[in-house]
Every structure is written in structure tokens, then in C-alpha cells.
Design a protein. Structure first.
Length: 131
């Protein structure tokens, strides 16, 4: 994604994160950064899971993950690299655990819950990305 497109996307997200009363929905740049990093981690787990079970879908997820990484790059202070990496890895592990639980679970009810939760979390992230 080009720099101009990334900045335009970031500006749109900032504008969209204000309520009708003018109060920001995301309290700070750090909250946005954490949200973007968490989403990048979730999308990484989703992409790797799709490599095993749904190869073609992984290509779309890879594009979404790349867009999320562009958003991280747009708002990240260079000194936040370790923290961002921690957020990404933690989210990736959590998402991977949900996907594993959904796929390899003998309890059908629990597996369905894990699948719904994993899908909801991924959808919350992909909703941030303008197509």
C-alpha cells in the first residue's frame, strides 16, 4: 500500500472514530496502535490457519494483514517496536488457540463457540480496512 493511500486510510479512520458529540472513541494514538497490532496478530494466525485448510482464502487474508501492518507503520513511534511485537504475538497466539479449539475439539458446542468467536474477532479487524 502506498504512503498516500495509508495516510488517507488513517485519516478516514481517525475521522470515523469521533462520535456525534465530538468525543473520540479511541482515547489515544497508543490505543489505536494496540488495536492495529492486535488485529495484525489475529490476521497472521488466520492466514497461517488458512494455509493448512483454505489456501486461496489465505491470499485475501495476507492482503488484509499487509494493510493492517501499513496502519501500524503509519501511527507507530519507532520506540514502540517491542511493545507492538508483544501485542501482535499475544493476539496471534490467542487467535490460533481459538482456531485450534474450533477445529480439533470433541465438544461440538465449545467448538462452535470458538469458531464464532474467532470469526467475530477477525471480522472486527477486517472491518477497519477499506477495500
Amino acid at each position: 500500500m502506498g504512503a498516500m493511500k495509508t495516510l488517507t486510510l488513517y485519516a478516514a479512520l481517525c475521522t470515523a472514530s469521533v462520535t456525534a458529540h465530538g468525543a473520540p472513541l479511541m482515547a489515544s494514538n497508543n490505543n489505536q496502535l494496540q488495536h492495529f497490532a492486535t488485529c495484525a496478530g489475529r490476521l497472521s494466525a488466520q492466514m497461517e490457519f488458512q494455509w493448512m485448510f483454505d489456501g486461496p482464502a489465505s491470499e485475501q487474508t495476507a492482503l488484509q494483514r499487509a494493510a493492517m501492518i501499513d496502519l501500524i507503520d503509519a501511527v507507530m513511534d519507532p520506540n514502540d517496536g517491542r511493545t507492538v511485537l508483544h501485542w501482535r504475538i499475544s493476539a496471534k497466539l490467542a487467535q490460533s488457540a481459538l482456531l485450534t479449539r474450533a477445529t480439533f475439539n470433541n465438544d461440538a458446542t465449545d467448538a462452535a463457540w470458538a469458531a464464532r468467536t474467532a470469526a467475530r474477532l477477525t471480522n472486527e479487524c477486517t472491518a477497519l480496512i477499506l477495500s
